[in-house]
Write a protein that binds this ligand. Structure first.
Ligand code: GLA
Length: 382
């Protein structure tokens, strides 16, 4: 019985859906696992290699079991799990709480306990569990409870990543189902508007995520640059400034960090964004506090996020969602730090690694359109 599974930080990994769509295969998973290790992503914290939809045959076998597509997975699923584990990584798979997955493959409805056992036998470590094609008479809340119990009785620690798209006020009940993460929005697209819309929709809901059950703002589009087989995701592409802002938002807002680009062929800028150690440390901070948002005087499209970190530091993010440069000004009293306290803040720039020294009372920066600045600040006597 595996019933003691607690994720101590938002999961980090890679998922096949954004770039490879229905073309998930053993070759892809092996070569991606190799790239995750060889290009330093594993060292940066990325751990789960997740197969999304379209990995199975279109029907179950005569015993009601799910069967990996023999062309895509000629050696079965255990061989894939063994390989991924041999590289020091974990393997994720995908199913759905309905009769079919969103792409029309068999779902786990009324097969929850046998599928969970099957996943455990294969050596699966993470299940992304979707929300398509379930009977209207049964709530997805009930169906996520079922899969939670199925996984916890499967004999293996398997993360339950609920993919419920933010429907039915999922943030209010998901924590009680036992799931470790919950998708809170519709599918992301490789476009600035999509990033902006997802981030804004979750700013007021951050307190529902956090330790033990993380708010999954969807797979990262960092580094896709409009490429990929998924016609719904790969629609335009962003520039590196926008990808940097996207990553900083997901990091500060405690989202799982699940890469969606082809890491085998990523460019240096993408690699640098995805492996930024200061942003990853903010995301993986053990206390996992939600941010609070501050407005900045005179720049309506810009805002500041402040996150208390363990050990006493604070993460401070300046974000400009506008199409013009913004003057972003942080007054320390808005964070609870009046001048009379005798303290200032020592600023470390998380994007450049620069030390900016101790600032008193306030700190201001110009931020380019769709850009950001992120600082790690230490309380310092002045
Ligand atoms: C839904 C999910 C996506 C992806 C697809 C697969 O749309 O939200 O993330 O898993 O299904 O069909």
């Amino acid at each position: 019985m595996s019933n003691n599974f607690h994720l101590t930080a938002p999961p980090m990994g890679w998922n096949s859906w954004n770039t490879f769509y229905d073309q998930v295969s053993e070759d892809l998973i092996r070569s991606t696992a190799d790239a995750i290790v060889d290009k330093g992503l594993a060292k940066a914290g990325y751990e789960y290699v997740i197969m999304d939809d379209c990995w199975s045959q279109k029907t179950r076998d005569e015993n009601g079991r799910l069967v990996p597509d023999p062309v895509k997975f000629p050696n079965g699923m255990k061989a894939v799990a063994d390989y991924v584990h041999s590289r020091g990584l974990k393997l994720g798979i995908y199913s759905c709480c309905g009769l079919h997955t969103c792409a029309g493959y068999p779902g786990s409805f009324e097969h929850e306990f046998e599928d969970a056992k099957q996943f455990a036998e294969w050596g699966i470590d993470y299940l992304k569990y979707d929300n398509c094609y379930h009977p209207a008479t049964l709530s997805s809340e009930m169906l996520y409870r079922r899969m939670n119990l199925a996984l916890r009785s499967s004999g293996r620690d398997i993360v339950l990543a609920a993919c419920q798209w933010g429907r039915d006020e999922v943030h209010q009940w998901i924590r009680s189902t036992g799931a470790q993460t919950f998708r809170s929005t519709i599918d992301i697209q490789d476009a600035w508007k999509s990033i902006e819309q997802i981030a804004l929709s979750q700013l007021e809901k951050q307190q529902y995520g956090g330790a033990g059950c993380y708010n999954d703002m969807d797979i990262l589009v960092v580094g896709m640059h409009g490429k990929g087989l998924n016609p719904e995701t790969s629609i335009g592409g962003c520039n590196d400034t926008e990808y940097q802002t996207h990553f900083a938002l997901w990091a500060m807002m405690n989202s799982p960090l699940i890469i969606g680009c082809d890491v085998r062929n990523m460019d240096d800028a993408t690699r640098a964004i995805l492996t930024n150690p200061d942003l990853i440390a903010i995301n993986q901070d053990p206390e996992c506090r939600s941010c609070h948002k501050l407005s900045t005087y005179g720049s309506p499209d810009a805002f500041i996020l402040v996150k208390q970190l363990s050990g006493g530091d604070m993460a401070v993010g300046f974000f400009n969602f506008g199409d013009n440069n913004a003057h972003v000004e942080l007054h320390f009293w808005d964070m609870g730090l009046p001048l009379a306290s005798g303290y200032g803040l020592d600023f470390h720039n998380c994007l450049t690694g620069e030390e900016l020294g101790v600032q008193r009372e306030s700190f201001a920066q110009k931020v380019e359109p769709h850009g950001c600045r992120v600082y790690r600040c230490r309380l310092t006597e002045v």
